[in-house]
Design a protein around this ligand. Sequence first.
Ligand code: NDP
Length: 266
Amino acid sequence: MEQEQRTQTNSQSATLSPFSLDGKLALITGGGSGIGFDIARCMVQAGGTVVITGRREQPLQEAVATLGDRAHYMVNDVTDRPLLDDLVERIEAIYGPIDTLVNNAGINMKKPALEVTDEDFDRIVHTNLNSVFSLTRACAKRMMARQSGSIIMISSMAAYYGIDRVAAYAASKSGVEGMVKVLASEFSGNGVRVNAIAPGFIETAMSKTAMGGDPDRFARAMRRTPMGKFGQPEDIGWAAVFLASEAAKYITGASLPVDGGNSIGF
Ligand code: NDP
């Protein structure tokens, strides 16, 4: 009898795992490479369907070929803000309702603050903050009407503590952290959760550029990371699967560090 019950529970949990993304569609910006690609890969592995975007078509084509049938792409520059409503409308018309938005696309720039021009500053904030708001609004309108959705922002340790030479980047990611709290308060009553993942130092093209030829920066980053190593893009991918899934159904307004302890390291 007990054995029978256990078998029943096991087979239920196999089909109804709260971590499964079966039947869920995610839009992932910047999904052709780096962290965005691994978010897409982990979501597909968890049973979901993904639409990835980026400015360059070739990496998107290659990514979709690797990810298989449940991955699709659209070429899109998130900074073309007037086109974002149309992007969301097209995706939903072709693939169905977007359950999860992952605002992953982002750019960085390392320069002493006194050398940062207004144009530099605007460019970073435009991509990492202004566009994130516009795309989030476009998706949230539809999610709110359906009373269901999960919005995930990719923040940074630069929003947690002072990292030198990334004034614009830190300002943009701090803005994202603030936006998560406000949007979570406005949207969560309508079934739309809003959260951030704050990656530590993760091995991608972006971190290679930031650390390249700067052994002192690398050493400082590692010194305050208790796990003593860089993270892998899939570490962010699995956290995104969790936040998108039913397992996280009571989590909103949170910022989850995925950082090997970097944010609490001495
Ligand atoms: P990469 O530079 O490796 O990848 C960035 C991706 O974003 C690319 O696919 C790029 O594609 C896309 N992208 C950039 N600009 C645009 C745009 N205007 N419109 C659409 N897509 C765009 O960066 P990471 O994977 O390292 O970073 C991903 C996110 O994680 C970023 O938000 C970053 O700030 C954040 N992050 C990364 C950390 C790290 O250590 N790597 C640490 C903390 C945060 P394309 O060029 O074709 O448009």
